[in-house]
Design a protein around this ligand. Sequence first.
Ligand SMILES: [Zn+2]
Length: 164
Amino acid sequence: MSAFDDLYDANTRFAKKFGSSGLTGRAGRGLAVVTCMDSRIDPLGLLGLKPGDAKILRNAGARVTDDVLRTLVLAVYLLGVERVLVMPHTDCGMAKVTDPDVHALTQERGVDTRSLEFHTVPDQNEALRHDLTRIRTSPFLPEGMPIAGAIYDVRTGLLTPAAF
Ligand SMILES: [Zn+2]
């Protein structure tokens, strides 16, 4: 028995019905989505996508970090991405704490995380504006590539496109 047996068992059942063997690694709909790790978000389902359609980049808070930028560059030049949607969400844990809060919480467990930057989100609109600008002004990405932001409401399932 391992902590992962439930997953391996489910995968055995999944593989029996597997029908995606013809897909390539290219994003079939030319899309990359940057979203949060929040377990309530089903990025494919809420956008009407299926496996093979899009690159999904997830982290805490849907932040455009150096690693997200690195991944977008690869996604654009190697894997068919032509548009990027940055999609944070309502009720995000990252908007409820600050970096010092997280450091204090881990300190209570005897762990010093001060060498980590958590990119917490004191103002969600401001963070989204900042992150969109980061992609739009990246010297490594094609000029004029469609970049949009939208906030996903975890209570209603609706997206609200950002006006910027
Ligand atoms: Zn979140």
